[in-house]
Design a binder for this molecule. Structure first.
Ligand code: ZN
Length: 440
């Protein structure tokens, strides 16, 4: 004798919800067999086979159609057709993209040789949205299900002992935020040489969490600081009156310079920043630039906006690009493994645009970027150049910024202190009850 509870425990989670639906198709032979399985069979493998629904996870491949995917995974063509018809009311199947996930929930029909019944189909469009088709008697109904993400403000600090990346990882900073941190400081800091043991960073940033509290993606850095050789430089994200978003220092001066000191994707620079000096690679004459060791293929940025003067092979420089920024400054990039598409003599490039990729072409003994800065046609040391800075906030705009700066400083201090207090006394700060108090 099998009790109802016994049946429920025999079946997969969620299947209990499907049981009442059997009423509506009670005349159906298959259903009759299933009912028989519930009430007469004992806990044999067969009875479980008959009642348990199961999930099939499918990832959309290139060129796949929803129909073909469903049929390939055991859905009867007629059911697939009906389910797709229902789905079309909330999601057009032609917008299916490779890599999207589909979960098919199926239930054995109980009839020998018959295809399993489709109970539901869930198309996961993103972490924020899915489309669900559910069986409703003999028909299917579809709905869009949103999982809104929650914005949180997070803060972290770290001391650099080996590399910024290790310090960042230890402090729990997501890699994308660390890459952004390098990017916003790339005008001021040569990340391969200026970082020393004992330097430090702080960062306050946005993150988006799902219903389970997992960080799904990160947003903007709101405030950051780097302490290099004992000197702290903080930067604040601020939107100016004309709508430009930029990072400004404590005095309201834009961090953006006319040229970048690190014209390379900092995220992929060799990890031993500052601990070793890259040898001068095979050059015996005066070294005219700065070398950045980085893996082959690392994107190289235009250090400033300007016009391409040269893009191609150039003797010992290998694949080489030179940009003229204005009447005074030019920058050049050598030993590339490839030049970016569309970068040709005469084209205009924007600061930060990828112009090529790290390699070891020409007279070079290893993958690196050789970066040269010329002022009035003469090579200068890119590490010592004094470049005009970007916009300086003034008057009312400066006052607005100073208030925003103060708010960000207080917010950062509270977020960092909260972590410490929770760790030591387990007592929240006043007004900061609960883990979701993003404003604290
Ligand atoms: Zn060099």
């Amino acid at each position: 004798m099998v009790t109802l509870a016994g049946v429920t425990s025999l079946t997969a989670p969620g299947v209990a919800d499907e049981i009442p639906m059997l009423d509506s198709i009670a005349e159906n032979e298959r259903a009759a067999m299933q009912i028989a399985a519930y009430y007469h069979a004992d806990s044999t493998f067969e009875s479980r086979q008959l009642t348990a629904s199961y999930d099939r996870d499918v990832v959309v491949g290139k060129g796949d159609t929803l129909m073909a995917l469903m049929v390939k995974n055991g859905v009867a063509p007629r059911e697939a057709h009906d389910a797709i018809g229902a789905m079309s009311k909330v999601f057009k199947p032609r917008y299916l993209k490779p890599g999207q996930e589909i979960v098919l929930t199926l239930q054995p029909s109980g009839a020998p040789g018959a295809a399993d019944r489709l109970v539901s189909m869930t198309l996961v469009e993103s972490v924020e949205r899915e489309y669900v088709v559910r069986r409703d008697g003999d028909a299917f109904g579809a709905e869009k299900v949103d999982h809104p993400l929650k914005t949180e403000i997070a803060a972290a600090e770290g001391r650099i002992d080996v590399s910024l990346f290790m310090a960042g990882a230890e402090a729990g900073v997501p890699p994308g935020i660390l890459a952004d941190l390098i990017q916003i400081y790339s005008f001021d800091v040569d990340f391969q040489r200026d970082i020393r043991n004992g330097d430090g960073f702080t960062v306050m940033y946005e993150r988006f969490v799902d219903e389970t509290g997992t960080t799904v993606r990160t947003g903007n850095i709101l405030r950051a600081s780097m302490t290099l050789s004992g000197r702290e430089r903080a930067l604040y994200r601020f939107e100016t009156a004309n709508g430009t978003i930029d990072y400004f220092d404590e005095d309201g001066k834009s961090a953006r310079r006319s040229l970048m000191r690190t014209p390379i994707n900092g995220a992929r620079l060799s990890s031993g920043y500052g601990n070793r000096r890259h040898p001068i690679l095979g050059y015996t004459k005066l070294h005219t630039g700065t070398d950045f060791a980085a893996p082959r293929g690392t994107p190289i940025y235009a250090a400033g906006s300007g016009r391409i003067e040269y893009a191609g092979r150039k003797g010992g420089y290998g694949l080489y690009v030179r940009i003229r920024h204005n009447g005074t400054y030019q920058t050049a990039y050598a030993h590339m493994s490839g030049i970016a598409r569309g970068v040709r003599k005469g084209t205009r490039v924007q600061q930060g645009q990828v112009i090529g990729y790290v390699g070891s072409t020409g007279r070079s003994t290893g993958n690196h970027l050789h970066y040269e800065v010329m002022r009035n046609g003469k090579f200068i040391n890119s590490r010592r150049m004094h470049l005009p800075s970007g916009k300086q906030l003034k008057d009312e705009e400066l006052e607005t910024f100073l208030v925003a700066r103060e708010t960000a400083d207080v917010q950062y201090a509270m977020l960092i202190r909260k972590d410490v207090e929770f760790a030591s006394t387990a007592e929240p700060l006043p007004g900061c009850e609960g883990p979701d108090s993003a404003a604290c």
